[in-house]
Design a binder for this molecule. Structure first.
Ligand SMILES: Nc1ncnc2c1ncn2[C@@H]1O[C@H](COP(=O)(O)OP(=O)(O)OP(=O)(O)O)[C@@H](O)[C@H]1O
Length: 300
């Protein structure tokens, strides 16, 4: 897979305050990357530097292996709070964006219509933006970001302000833009990232504290467990004393570390039957992205 963009030792200081602190990462062509971090962790500042809206204090951004060239024509950006003119129609707004990107007038209307179609707004192209819902505005923001068919699409919290249906719609649109576009988007809604992301970048206090595919990050940090719930704490205690596997108890539940290949639901079931325990439930616990993030951040 070839590299589209590489960031090396990027930092941003606001006077003495370090908003982004020496971060490095790579975006491969045709992939999507989620920039995940708590409020104030440096997501917007990072995206703004890549969108060339902010000058980095230190570091280099390489585009297809070459440093510091003007990458604006190849980049589309959807800010966290896009500004719209309520008196304009959707078509007029996307046309204006196209002109600001320097697109030629010839064939422009066709291109605008195709873009509105791609974001699911073809029916309302002639309607004024003032009457649009939050979800429609977000799609329109997306349309202005992709009208010039950028190679890299930067999105700052593209779904955070939307309801679950709106979130799903926008995530589906983004999925359809892959692999023609490479996508870097910030989010704190981790379910979405879990669904549509090749690479994760965890930011905390301006630093990249973990990066890699969901699979790799899970392998490094997930703690697989089998959770057995008993009818009473006494039974849970008795079972925990009996087994030789690493475990911990929380009230009526015993959490058994299942990272070893010898521990699985069948082996635990056998132990339970052999010793005549009756249980409420037995479950394999997988680690969610949210738990992974909390764990990685807590470890720093
Ligand atoms: N222009 C500025 N001047 C001073 N400090 C700033 C400026 N812009 C951002 N910061 C600070 O830098 C830190 C990182 O901000 P940034 O907006 O990048 O975080 P974020 O991860 O995008 O947060 P959120 O999820 O709340 O949008 C914050 O502490 C913020 O207050």
């Amino acid at each position: 897979m070839s590299t589209l963009l590489e960031v090396q030792h990027l930092s941003k200081y606001f006077q003495q305050f370090i908003a982004v602190d020496d971060i490095s990462f790579t975006l491969n062509k045709g992939t999507s990357t989620a920039l995940i971090g708590a409020n104030g962790s440096g997501k917007t500042t990072t995206l703004s530097m890549l969108a060339t809206l902010l000058q980095p204090t230190n570091g280099t951004i390489y585009w297809e292996g070459k440093p510091s060239q003007d990458i604006r024509p190849f980049v589309g950006f959807l800010p966290q709070y896009p500004m719209f003119y309520p008196w304009m129609t959707a078509t007029e707004y996307v046309q204006l964006s196209a002109k600001l990107h320097g697109l030629e007038s010839k064939g422009l209307l066709t291109k605008v219509n195709e873009t509105l179609e791609a974001v699911g707004l073809s029916e309302v192209g002639k309607k004024k933006i003032g009457g649009f819902s939050g979800g429609m505005k977000q799609r329109l923001g997306l349309a202005q970001a992709i009208i010039h068919q950028p190679q890299l699409l930067l999105l700052d919290e593209p779904v955070s302000a939307l309801d679950p249906v709106g979130r799903r719609d926008v995530m589906t649109i983004l999925k359809n833009l892959l692999p023609e576009m490479t996508i870097l988007y910030s989010t704190h809604i981790l379910n979405d990232a879990e669904e549509m992301t090749d690479q994760l970048l965890f930011l905390s206090k301006g630093k990249v504290v973990e990066q890699g595919s969901l699979f790799d990050v899970k392998n490094r940090h997930a703690e697989p467990a089998i959770v057995v719930e008993f009818h009473s704490t006494e039974e849970a205690e008795a079972f925990q004393k009996l087994i030789s596997y690493p475990s911990r108890r929380q009230d009526e539940k015993v959490w058994i570390d299942s990272s070893s290949e010898y521990v699985n639901v069948s082996t635990i079931m056998r132990e339970l039957v052999e010793h005549h325990f009756s249980i409420v439930s037995i479950n394999e616990k997988t680690t969610s992205l949210e738990e992974l993030f909390m764990k990685v951040v807590a470890e720093r």
